[in-house]
Ligand binder design. Structure first.
Ligand code: BGC
Length: 451
């Protein structure tokens, strides 16, 4: 590996800690809730607030994160986010009462919302096109690893009921992120946009010393010149298709039900007749499949491209949801039927992890022009967190109202709609420079007379 490539990988690995915070904080609550409930004698409503506080905060964080990234710079914002996380995690660990806890979960959520944007954004802007897909997906690998670590920590501390430790430990990766970023530069694209070309040239030199940096800087300048309206550019006709692609993928990523599995896996295992600790082990298994197939996506995404991964991933998700629903329809879930249910659950997560999981976050870091990249990612990200909240809050009532089979089949139907959408509207971005992708939208609009 050349020095420059090593630099890109290190920068991506550090920025990806943003994803680890996202994964850990959203994943840890399933293990912690049981003990928090006992300690604070929580009603159902307060439990829901403790769980969804993070998601509500994340909607807000995603809403402001993009603008802040455009204004303050990617690097500075990552520092601030790390600080927000440390305060949130320590605060959760020391909460004297449930309202404090809800408040600090909300604060950590704001950090997660910002992190979900600025991590992929920073990596995408520092990576050369040929490896951009895989290094941006480091962020998703960190999310899935964060979830898996959260399951394991939850299990390890379940014997002592130490929920304060479970939540407080989130401060450790946050500190690592803050310290790591001290040694990383600002994104070259943000630097050019803010007139700091000398510094941008230095960073580009570290990223890839084999290319003509004047040409890269010129193409970034060109891309900026094409836009002139700041955020109002977002509303222009030529960008509408890109906005629609981002928001739709954001919503599809959630309303095909992934977090019903991530958050409620133990409950689902329980329903198939597994005992308490076997359910937890099963959940850890889900976490491992999620991590492994994300690695597969990282290896594939710059070779086969984004579209094939999305299409195959969605088709597999639809199929597994169909089987899962069928298994729950049968009268006895024990024995072979129980195993079929578990197999289809694992298959569902595997197909999510190889497609929609990483590729959604990757695409929204690629498909928007520089000047509005942060703001546009915010819009998509808000859509993602708001749908996440919606699905998390409605899953149990949906199961109560129409039963498990129809709930999973409903997600399958949405999966079919997503498949058609991707097939018809999502562009391939493999191997193109970010500036080239921007040209793709303006060319398409030009052909339609929309410019
Ligand atoms: C999604 C999260 C989900 C995670 C699971 C992410 O891409 O945005 O909502 O929990 O993947 O791996």
């Amino acid at each position: 590996m050349s020095n420059t490539n090593r630099f890109v990988y290190v920068a991506a690995a550090i920025a990806a800690i943003n994803g680890a915070l996202f994964g850990y904080d959203t994943g840890i609550i399933s293990g912690a809730l049981l003990y928090i409930k006992k300690d604070f004698a929580l009603s159902n409503f307060l439990q829901e607030l403790v769980v969804s506080g993070v998601l509500v905060g994340a909607v807000l964080g995603a809403a402001v994160g993009g603008k802040l990234a455009d204004r303050l710079g990617r690097r500075r914002l990552i520092f601030i986010t790390a600080g927000v996380f440390v305060v949130g995690a320590v605060g959760m660990g020391f909460s004297p009462g449930v309202w404090w806890l809800i408040g600090f979960r909300f604060l950590a959520g704001v950090g997660i919302g910002i992190a979900s944007i600025v991590g992929p954004l920073y990596i995408s802007e520092t990576a050369p096109p040929k490896i951009r897909g895989s290094v941006v997906s480091f962020n998703q690998l960190a999310i899935t690893s964060g979830i898996l670590i959260a399951y394991l920590v939850g299990y390890a501390l379940s014997f002592s009921g130490g929920w304060r430790w479970m939540l407080g430990l989130g401060a450790v990766p946050a500190l690592a992120l803050g310290i790591g970023m001290l040694f990383m530069p600002e994104s070259p694209r943000w630097l050019v946009a803010h007139g700091e070309e000398e510094e941008a040239r230095d960073v580009l030199e570290r990223i890839d010393d084999s290319i003509d940096h004047n040409e890269v800087i010129e193409s970034i300048r060109d891309a900026i010149r094409q836009e002139s309206g700041g955020s109002s550019e977002l509303l222009k006709a030529w960008l509408r298709p890109a906005l629609i692609v981002g928001i739709s993928l954001a919503v599809f990523q959630q309303i095909t039900g992934v977090n019903t599995v991530i958050y409620y896996a133990p409950t689902i295992f329980h329903a198939t007749g597994f005992g308490g600790s076997a359910s937890i082990l099963g959940t850890v298994g889900v976490g491992i499949v999620n991590v492994l197939l994300t690695v597969a996506a990282i290896l594939l995404v710059d070779r086969v491209g984004r579209r094939p991964l999305l299409l195959v991933g969605l088709a597999g998700m639809v199929l597994s949801l169909g089987i899962l629903g069928l298994a729950f329809l049968l009268p006895a879930l024990s024995g072979i039927v129980g195993w079929i249910a578990i197999g289809s659950l694992a298959m569902y997560i595997a197909f999510f992890a190889v497609g929609l999981g990483p590729v959604f976050w990757l695409l929204i870091s690629e498909i928007y022009p520089l000047e509005v990249r942060g703001a546009a990612m915010s819009v998509a990200s808000v859509g993602n967190w708001a749908s996440n909240l919606l699905v998390s809050l409605t899953f149990l009532s949906l199961v109560g109202a129409i039963g498990r089979p129809f709930t999973f089949w409903l997600y399958a139907v949405v999966g079919v709609a997503s498949l058609v959408f991707v097939y018809l509207l999502v562009p391939e971005t493999k191997g193109r420079s970010l500036e080239d992708i921007q040209n793709l939208w303006s060319k398409r609009a030009g052909e339609k007379g929309d410019l």
